[in-house]
Ligand binder design. Structure first.
Ligand SMILES: C[S@@+](CC[C@H](N)C(=O)[O-])C[C@H]1O[C@@H](n2cnc3c(N)ncnc32)[C@H](O)[C@@H]1O
Length: 151
C-alpha cells in the first residue's frame, strides 16, 4: 500500500512563502507573459463555457476570476497560502463571479480533489516552487478527466 506523506506548507515553499505573503498583502500576483500568455494557455487547454477548470497556485485569483467572467466557465482555484485564498475570494466578490468560482487552500503536491474531476487544469508560474515537481505533474494528470487537458 502506498505510504502517502502529508506535506505541510512549511515543507513546500520556503523561503518563497514569505515573498508570497507580501504579494498577497499587496493583492497582486503575476506570471511571465501576463494576460497574453493566459489567453494562449486557455486556448491550448480548449477551455470554453462548459469547462470545469482548476487553477493551481491561483495567487490572488486573477486568472480564475478572468475565466469565470470572460468565458463563463466554472473554476476552482487552489493555493497553499491562506492569505492568497482570502484575496481571491475578495476578488471574486468584487468581480461578481462568486457563483462560478470558488477557492480552497491546497498543495499542488497533494491536491484535495478526487481523480478525473476537471476538464482542464492550469497553472501559471507555480511548478518552480514545490519541492516534488514529479508529484505535482502526476497530481495534475490524476485530477484531470480522461481526454482533458492540463498545462
Ligand atoms: C508567482 S505566484 C503566481 C500566482 C498566479 N498563478 C498568477 O499567475 O498570478 C505563485 C503562487 O503559487 C503558490 N504556491 C507555491 N507553492 C505552492 C504549492 N505547493 N501548492 C499550491 N500553491 C503554491 C504561491 O502561494 C503563489 O500564490
Amino acid at each position: 500500500m502506498e505510504n502517502k506523506k502529508q506535506l505541510t506548507p512549511k515543507e513546500t515553499s520556503e523561503p518563497e512563502s514569505y515573498y508570497f505573503e507580501l504579494q498577497a498583502s499587496w493583492g497582486l500576483t503575476k506570471h511571465m507573459g501576463g494576460l497574453n500568455a493566459t489567453r494562449e494557455l486557455i486556448g491550448l487547454c480548449h477551455i470554453d463555457r462548459d469547462s470545469y477548470v482548476l487553477d493551481v497556485g491561483c495567487g490572488v485569483g486573477i486568472t480564475a476570476c478572468y475565466l469565470a467572467k470572460e468565458y463563463g466557465c466554472k473554476v476552482v482555484g487552489v493555493d497553499l497560502s491562506e492569505m492568497m485564498v482570502k484575496r481571491s475570494r475578495e476578488r471574486a466578490k468584487r468581480k461578481n463571479v462568486e457563483e462560478r468560482v470558488e477557492f480552497k487552500i491546497g498543495d499542488a503536491q497533494d491536491l484535495p480533489f478526487r481523480d478525473g474531476v476537471f476538464d482542464a487544469v492550469i497553472c501559471e508560474s507555480v511548478v518552480a516552487f514545490p519541492k516534488d515537481k514529479q508529484k505535482v505533474i502526476s497530481e495534475y494528470a490524476r485530477v484531470t478527466k480522461p481526454g482533458g487537458m492540463w498545462g
